[in-house]
Design a binder for this molecule. Sequence first.
Ligand SMILES: Nc1ncnc2c1ncn2[C@@H]1O[C@H](COP(=O)(O)OP(=O)(O)OP(=O)(O)O)[C@@H](O)[C@H]1O
Ligand SMILES: [Mg+2]
Length: 187
Amino acid sequence: MKHIKLANVKGGTGKTSIACSIAEYLHAIGKKIECHDYDNVASHFKMFIDESAIDPRPANPDFTITDTIGALTNDLLDLLSTDVEDSIIIVPCSCSDSDINTTLKFARNLKRLRVNFIVVINKVSGLSHSVAKAVKVREQFRSIDIPVSDYFLPYTPSIENIASGSILRNNGFKHALEAILLEVTNG
Ligand SMILES: Nc1ncnc2c1ncn2[C@@H]1O[C@H](COP(=O)(O)OP(=O)(O)OP(=O)(O)O)[C@@H](O)[C@H]1O
Ligand SMILES: [Mg+2]
């Protein structure tokens, strides 16, 4: 069983949206997923699961998916330090300066914890300057040995309707998510 954990101490980077999309996607391709929401302040992931047809506690799950709070808490550190061998922490980050700066600090902490993680650049619009900026940010992280996905998640307005399960109808988002999941689960 593989554990997928969405984490970034910066709020609003896309943890919950991506947790919901991954849950929806893996469920759609027939994987059994166990869902956990560690964000007690805004339990949107739990709300999404409650409203969907996904059983959050199936027998013998293939994956667990955990959404977390956008703050550095002891609970978060405990969670990230558990089942380290079988876990991948997905760290969403947009190309805003504040996201980048906080994510750099958080990524350094994750390296010290010796956990498997990957930064995923989120909210990249299709405009050429936006893609160019994302490429630059990816290089900035990689130049200091911070793992970053090859793929960017596109800016997708319909993500606002996450509860209605509309994200995967956006092919650009779905394909990028598929590529990222292949990358982090080694196929
Ligand atoms: N790829 C995307 N395209 C467009 N909007 C996005 C995308 N990803 C996230 N958003 C939007 O950004 C906002 C923050 O996303 P989300 O709630 O998933 O972040 P979060 O990291 O879980 O935040 P928090 O730390 O508050 O829990 C939401 O309004 C969401 O709809
Ligand atoms: Mg959230």
